[in-house]
Design a binder for this molecule. Structure first.
Ligand code: NDP
Length: 286
């Protein structure tokens, strides 16, 4: 007689609002494809209930969970330990539960880095980073830890850029400076990688941050964090000028892959997960 088990491994996400977050579809497609009996449960958790949700995950022996807005900083008080990058960034979006201990990671920058490494290794590169929010912060820290030579952080609100540049300088061997974003940003000579880490372009294929795209140079890597639509106007303009475009959809998929590696020690099929998201976003970019 074959032995059947009726207990699935449990993972999931705590955020609010959560109804528009497609991560559950992407990760469960990966689980199904790999024949893994695991679930990813997308939970709407209000700020005042975060502690109960975390204790519930522990009580039910979940393998781990993602934390999205607004819990990425608040969750830290419930953790037993944090990975180095998450500690520097000061935000956690992925928690692993091992032997009853809660360990926090940040996969935003790691997901970006995994995409970037398909086209260039960041060691020794000069980076021009547009935006200074949570995504920019995580990307800057991971690029610094990966050995980038210099990062220019550009933001309309310059004090935010100053904070990220300082974090990178104080915690990595990478040099970093902040630049006020006034008018159209011009890409300096000697830049290897340009990254749009602003929210401009999300859900709008024609929107583009204020950049003088004629200062882009052939051969530069131009990346966008926007996953939907994957091919933003910024990336289309960069491609026209001979740059190598890198979509934010890959960053999102890699985050799912990295999260499941942390929780289950198994690597899901990124192609299956990307196709699932592309179908949801209604694009043909898989
Ligand atoms: P935040 O709100 O923390 O930061 C947004 C940043 O964009 C700020 O620096 C803000 O500048 C800047 N910004 C907004 N509008 C403009 C504008 N018109 N011109 C110039 N700068 C502008 O958001 P996050 O960092 O969390 O997320 C940013 C984007 O990244 C979102 O669209 C999100 O969907 C995407 N993302 C993608 C991920 C992926 O896996 N692909 C993962 C995480 C995020 P200011 O400080 O001056 O307001």
């Amino acid at each position: 007689m074959t032995h059947r088990t009726f207990r699935s491994v449990l993972t999931g996400s705590f955020s609010t609002p959560c109804a528009d977050n497609p991560t559950v579809a992407m990760i469960e497609a990966g689980f199904r494809h790999a024949g893994i009996d695991a679930r990813y449960i997308n939970c709407d958790v209000k700020p005042e209930h975060l502690g109960e949700a975390v204790r519930g995950a522990l009580a039910m022996e979940w393998a781990g969970f993602n934390c999205s807005l607004p819990h990425k900083v608040a969750v830290i008080e419930y953790l037993d330990d944090m990975a180095e990058a998450a500690r520097i960034i000061g935000a956690v979006n992925c928690v692993s539960i091992r032997d009853g201990r809660l360990i926090g990671d940040n996969t935003d920058g790691k997901g970006f880095l995994a995409s970037l490494q398909t086209v260039i290794h960041p060691a020794g590169t000069n980076v021009f980073l547009l935006g200074a929010g949570g995504a920019a912060r995580a990307i800057a820290v991971e690029l610094g830890l990966a050995g980038a030579a210099h990062i220019t952080v550009v933001n309309v609100e310059k004090t935010q850029a100053d904070i990220i540049a300082g974090l990178v300088r104080d915690n990595t061997k990478c040099d970093a400076t902040a630049q006020l974003w006034a008018g159209e940003a011009r890409i300096p000579d000697g830049t290897d990688i340009v990254i749009n880490a602003t929210s401009v372009g999300f859900g709008d294929a024609e929107a583009m941050a204020a950049v003088d795209v004629d200062t882009l140079k052939t051969g530069q890597i131009v990346a966008d964090v926007i996953p939907n639509p994957p091919t933003t106007r910024f990336l289309r303009e960069a491609k026209k000028r001979g740059c190598t475009p890198l979509e934010g959809l890959g960053m999102l998929v890699n985050q799912g892959v990295i999260g499941v590696e942390l929780w289950l020690g198994k690597t899901l099929d990124a192609t299956v997960m990307k196709r699932t998201l592309s179908d949801i976003f209604n694009t043909s970019d898989a």
